[in-house]
Design a protein around this ligand. Sequence first.
Ligand code: 13P
Ligand code: SF4
Length: 354
Amino acid sequence: MSNADTKNRLAAVSKPLFVIPSHPIWPELSKKEEQQLKERIAELLEKQNGVLLAHYYTDARLQDLAEATGGCVADSLEMARFGTEHPADTLIVAGVRFMGETSKILNNEKRVLMPDLGATCSLDEGCPADQFSEFCDQYPDHTVVVYANTSAAVKARSDWVVTSGIALPIIKHLSENNKQIIWGPDKHLGSYVQRETGAEMIFWPGSCIVHEEFRSIALERVRKLYPDAAVLVHPESPEAVISQADVVGSTTALIEAVASLPNDAFIVATDKGIFSKMKKVAPSKTLIEAPTEGEGATCQSCARCPWMGMNSLQNLLEVLENGKNEVFVQADLAAKARIPIQRMLDFAQQMIKR
Ligand code: 13P
Ligand code: SF4
């Protein structure tokens, strides 16, 4: 297939494949109602031997509840790991679908529930397994590395799964072993990793609708207003935004930076849900939102993932009450997808030991 054909194919698949929902608006809760909901959920978690895994981008009340009930509030790598080590029979994943699927793939014997099975991700939606597989077929001698934000079927087509927390060392390791890499689906994270490692990589053209909206020129203006602030950027952001960062990293790395850097203020380019944890680890520090296209008319996400927003105390209670929204992954796909996920977890384990 010629380069032009490949480009045309990529142009074709980069047409919108999904509809971006507006950010869900949940009914206001009084303090008393919130407390009652939390108590009832905690009671059901205990009764059902369940544990709550919440991503840093979810509603602060879910994060608080996960912590208060012995669950975890974490990035996608840690959520995957935590579920495998916890003795609970039921994992309740407050996050997006790929996180629920990964938990199920790694814990087939456990029941995995999600507050809303429609909570997906633009990277997952923008990378249909059949098209991705065809794309990979064109480069049979390449190692296929996919971001965790993908379906079980895409993972099953890969050699390695990575999260943003571990992408750099894994690609560095592959590159040092002279591997040529197909990377999917986040082109921004992929090209960041390529710039950092010099690896030979071919990209699937996906992107995160939240991080893609951070604006580099507006960020330059904000930096002038707060010259002493450190700039923290998630690597799903465009290159012109990443190039202004003091720290580029996974959600966990950005939280650690707020806690450990001496700066009093931080400009943060990632989903605003993360501010809840950042305020906990560094209550005296000032957190400034990196600019998107503005809170008004034009921006689609305004730094809030609409799919993460589909998780609430209300629908979490519902799934515990009625057992709805169980996550299932076809056995053959799960068996294939487990291999590259486990490869990543084993690599992470080796890194800790080193
Ligand atoms: P982390 O792996 O850093 O948690 O990121 C997941 C994600 O969806 C970021 O948009
Ligand atoms: Fe996907 Fe972006 Fe939402 Fe993360 S923030 S779940 S990458 S759409």
